[in-house]
Ligand binder design. Structure first.
Ligand SMILES: *Cc1c(COP(=O)(O)O)cnc(C)c1O
Length: 226
């Protein structure tokens, strides 16, 4: 059994049933992705549109592709016809663009609002008030081709597990606040996408419903070049 298969099987068998695993395959080859596919897994995540599109084209069409990384509005058109969920909605402009592109393809695209919860200020995301402003605007009510399924966040990359617990608790608090105010009767608003290779055990304790795990399955990635 290959190392990737071994990692995947160990992880998937340890997850609570109600938690979805998004296998984050950025920088990984089609062969490596197929190793996880052969285990029966179908939900994969990528963080760049330009990497996601060729993988979508090459790989089996029953894969559910999640866009987890920062997304520029001008890239939405390349993924709108197939993407299953966009985790990284961090502006109203982006949301409007997703709606427009969804409409062209007669689709309703599932989205998560990416919230800024990390104590470090380098990460993307909305603060609570910005999310409230979007959700309470008249404009938002006219968006028929997107559906907000919940929230996503990235915690600070730190050894301080107390801090990571705290940050995930903040996301859960935001989730309940927004649920109560805007999505009370909408069962579709149910997801908390939190937890990556280094912090998913903490996220699971803090009621994550979706973890985005890459290197813990596929092995370390080469350092990012931007
Ligand atoms: C790369 C990435 C992940 C997965 O990271 P790992 O540390 O490899 O598990 C999760 N979420 C986002 C947004 C990412 O860009």
């Amino acid at each position: 059994m290959g190392k990737i298969t071994e990692n995947y099987n160990k992880l998937i068998s340890s997850l609570p049933e109600n938690v979805e695993l998004v296998a984050v395959s950025k920088t990984k080859s089609p062969e490596e992705i197929m190793e996880v596919y052969q285990c029966g897994h179908r939900v994969f995540g990528e963080s760049k549109a330009q990497e996601l599109v060729p993988k979508y084209q090459q790989l089996p069409k029953d894969i559910k592709w999640h866009m987890v990384g920062h997304l520029q509005s001008n890239k939405v058109k390349h993924i709108a016809h197939f993407v299953t969920m966009i985790h990284s909605v961090d502006s109203f402009k982006l949301l409007r663009t997703i709606n427009k592109e969804g409409k062209k393809h007669n689709r309703v695209i599932d989205c998560l609002l990416q919230m800024h919860i990390a104590e470090e200020d380098t990460k993307y995301g909305l603060d609570l008030q910005e999310a409230i402003d979007i959700l309470s605007s008249e404009d938002f009510k006219n968006l028929q081709n997107i559906r907000i399924r919940g929230l996503m966040c990235m915690a600070t990359f730190t050894e301080n597990s107390q801090q990571v617990h705290r940050e995930f608790q903040t996301l859960t608090g935001y989730f309940h606040t927004l649920k109560e105010r805007f999505f009370k009767d909408e069962t579709a608003f149910s997801e908390r996408s939190m937890g990556m290779s280094n912090d998913f055990p903490i996220a699971l304790k803090e009621s994550s419903t979706m973890i985005r795990v890459g290197s813990h399955i596929f092995g370390e990635r080469p350092p990012v070049k931007n």
